[in-house]
Ligand binder design. Sequence first.
Ligand code: GUN
Ligand code: ZN
Length: 432
Amino acid sequence: MNIKLLRGRVLNFISEPTSIDDESSYAFFEDGAVVIHDGLITDYGDYSSLVTAHQNSEVIDHRPHLILPGFIDTHLHFPQMQVIGSFGTKLLDWLNKYTFIEEQKFSDPEHCKRIAKQLFDTLLRHGTTTGVAYCSVHKTSAEAFFQEAENRNLRMIAGKVMMDRNAPEPLCDTPQSSYDNSKALIEKWHGRGRASYAITPRFAITSTPTQLEMTKALMQEYPDCYMQTHLSENHAEIELTKELYQSARDYLDVYEMYDLLGEKSLFGHCIHLNDRERQAMAETKSVAVFCPTSNLFLGSGLFDQDGLQAHGVRTAVATDIGGGTSYSMLKTLDEAYKILQLRNQTLNPLKSFYMMTLGNARALSMQDKIGTLGKGTEADIVILNSNATPAMQLRMETVETLSEELFVLQTMGDDRAISSVYVAGKNQHPDY
Ligand code: GUN
Ligand code: ZN
């Protein structure tokens, strides 16, 4: 029997932490272990009792590092790895000047394959084991993404973007081709191994009403798929959307007119929503995805976490590579904290780590599979070193509580703090 015991300081969230000292929201074992059998977690708890119960297991000792569920990034762009750090623009100019140029390279299957390998190596180096990705408009980009994810047995969600206007001609599909290609990809990949499909109209500006009709048809045919798009990121974007869809009450209403809201619908950014939009998101259980490094880099605005949560809107957190500037969910939550500081809101470190793991899993309705160390879930696990750099080591000398340690990890940590990463029970760190 091939049973693995990962030994270390085990931390698993059970519910959303309400304060920095909400000990009821997590389980923590200072000398703990996670038991893995056939890629699944069969137990976790105190090392001493688990090793007695599993005498013939292989013990992998990660002490003194922390053991947590792998991080989940709920919004990123596969074809934007080489766009990160493009200077001097806000959203619409950034798209036209850099992003729509770069994404054209993904008509080449060889380029797609090369970048897909780079993407998963990079995500794993940063401790991210599940991502929700926008591919380019080209079917071949989604093929390369899903194939490489399958080769590595990664749980991934993605879709080819649907876009039929307001972009360079080589990046535009048509309502019919976007429907046909999305459908073919869904038939091939959705539910195959660990893959899920997200129907992906890029945003209202790049879709005609006819294309959004096709999106609606796809969602009705495949209600089990995700839907992802962008919403209310930047003022110029909102104005242009209103010009293009003059009968819409507001930005979200464009998507409502085509029945795109729901429990599996992910809306990137959601910065400048009005109360009606928040209400509609809450009623439909749609998810608002907070992308802190992107919102700062593109100067888009400050996400109103408390306002959304007060309305009962479900939220998630993400990098938004390549508007976002870091693959690290640690750095992402570091910037989230700073944005909320500017809003006079707060984000405690327990909640940050909850959001990267169980919180994002819940936003994806995948908490029975990922984002937790619970029995029967998939063994996607990250090992974190809070002493990864000399500066962190020095700071850690004064740390007394778990919450303090997590906050130092988030504030000072990045890929250097990722000591190992397991995918379905196997160490898959590209470097060690
Ligand atoms: N809105 C439409 N497309 C994009 C994109 O690629 N990045 C961001 N940040 N916003 C978008
Ligand atoms: Zn995005």
